[in-house]
Design a protein around this ligand. Sequence first.
Ligand SMILES: [Mg+2]
Length: 220
Amino acid sequence: MVRRGWLVRDAMPGAHNVMREESEARSRGVCYCDLDGVFAPYPECWLEFIEVRTGRAFGSLDEAKQGISYADYVRLKNEYRSSEFKYSLTPRAGSPEFTRFLIQEGWFVGIVTTRPAGHRQLLIRTIRWLERNGIVFDDILFCDNKVEVVARYPELVFGVEDEASEANAVANLGYRIFLLSNPGDTRGGLHHNVTVVRSFEDIMEVLKRGPGAHENLHRQ
Ligand SMILES: [Mg+2]
C-alpha cells in the first residue's frame, strides 16, 4: 500500500537518476517541477486520448467535462493513466536540457505529480518515461495536492507549474513559482510570487541572473 506523499526515493531504491549525496544535491537549494503539463504535454495528450476512445473532439478540459458524463470521464481517465498512450508521449521541448542545467547548477530537483501512486506499475512506467526522455531528477514525490510538496521540502526555493491554480496554491505559502504560460489560465489573477514564463529558457535566464532577478522580471 502506498501512503500519501510517498517519496519514491524512500521506498524504491534507484528511483532517482542522479546519483549523489543528499548534502551535495542540496548545495544550492531545493526546487520542484510539476510533471504533467510541465514535462509531459497536458491536457493535449489527454484530450487526444478521449478523442481516440470516444470519437469526440474537445477543445479544453472544461468542454470535455461538460460533454462526457462524470462516470465516463473517471473511467476514461483511469484507462488513460495506465495506457501505453501516455508513456509514448514526447516531452516539452528542452526538458532534458532544463533538468541537466538545474542539476549542474547544484539544485536538488524533485519531480512532483498527483498521478495516483497506488499502482506500482504506473509508478515504474512514469520513472521509465522520464529516464527514456533524458529528464534527470533527485526525487519523485507522488502527492494528492501541492501543499504536501512544501511539507516535504520546507526549504524549497522555487517550483515550476503549468496551471495558475496550482501555482497560486504554492505561492500563497510564500514560495516562488515559475508558471509556464497557458493562455486563458490566468483569468483568476496570479499571486505576486508567481512569475509567468514562456519556456524553460526563460527560467534558466532568470536563475542565471541570480537572487532578486525573479521579482524584477515579474514587475516588467
Ligand atoms: Mg500540471
